[in-house]
Design a protein around this ligand. Structure first.
Ligand code: BTN
Length: 276
């Protein structure tokens, strides 16, 4: 192989930087790690050290990737996108939960533009395709900062997927039926995320929600809201009917009353117990 061979299938910092078209995200600090514990943890350290808004951390592999509700996010070498963006929004706290929905929209738009794949968004943070999970979003607040973590399955080795996950996860190259360039995808996500983020700063909550609804696979579905205590008597079932201005999910129970659910508390199942 010649020294000039370009590894477009592997994340590369120069390729990311060359493809960036943003004003804020990826400017200033832009790190690509071969291996790291968690890009969100690294972004939190940078936040405490005073790194600027827009700092971008990407990794080819994570050894302690984190998901929502204390779950582990597995990031084998060069199998996915693991990226975190540090932001310092000066907006009312009530508007902040919308960042998870806005990020979902941005990722779906980037994947559509670059890969020609239509993803679905499952409230609140899941990226899906055909009822399977393709990625997820983890927004955290270390100190006064906001860290948005994005994990996407890019290429997985079918033989290495545990049996219990086989019918529940999918990956972009499988859906596209062709190799994809992860550095370009990172840059494209930054481009669409910056747009969504500026909308959030400008108070355009309804525009974010309307865009999210376009990709929603949750609204209109009969769902079961699983109690975080594990006490099944406290589970709620009903139809997911709308998104509130805060980003909360509105569920209409069979007696016609509505409950508003915020992201932290719950996980959603279909009534038959399946993932979507
Ligand atoms: C979820 O589906 O529960 C959210 C998964 C988020 C995973 C990403 S990978 C990049 C960033 N770093 C982490 O440790 N987690 C997020």
């Amino acid at each position: 192989m010649s020294e000039m061979t370009l590894h477009l299938d592997i994340l590369d910092r120069k390729n990311i930087e060359d493809a960036l078209t943003t004003e804020l995200i990826g400017r200033g600090v832009c790190e690509l790690h071969d291996t790291i514990d968690s890009t969100n943890s690294r972004a939190a350290v940078l936040a405490r050290e005073g790194a600027p808004a827009g700092s971008l951390i990407v990794a080819r592999q994570q050894t302690a990737g984190r998901g929502r509700q204390g779950r582990t996010w597995i990031s084998p070498p060069d199998a996915g996108i693991a990226m975190s963006i540090l932001l310092r929004p000066e907006i009312p706290l009530t508007r902040l939960p919308l960042i998870t929905l806005a990020t979902g929209v941005a990722v779906a738009q980037a994947v559509e533009a670059l890969c020609g794949i239509q993803l679905g968004l499952k409230w609140v943070n899941d990226l899906t395709a055909g009822g399977k999970k393709v990625g997820g979003i983890l927004a955290e607040m270390p100190g006064q900062a906001l860290v948005i973590g994005i994990g996407i399955n890019l290429r997985l080795d079918e033989g290495n997927i545990p049996d219990d996950l086989k019918n529940r996860i999918d990956w972009l190259e499988n859906l596209a039926g062709r190799p994809l360039e992860p550095s370009l995808l990172v840059a494209e996500i930054c481009r669409f995320l910056e747009r969504q983020y500026f909308s959030l700063l400008e108070g355009k909550s309804q525009a974010i929600i309307d865009s999210w609804k376009h990709y929603s696979v949750t609204l209109g579905k009969e769902v079961m809201v699983v109690s975080p205590t594990g006490d099944s008597a406290r589970n709620i079932s009903g139809r997911a009917v709308d998104i509130a201005e805060s980003g909360a999910l509105l569920i209409e129970k069979t007696d016609g009353t509505r409950v508003e659910l915020s992201a932290g508390e719950i996980s959603l199942r279909s009534l038959d117990g399946s993932y979507c």
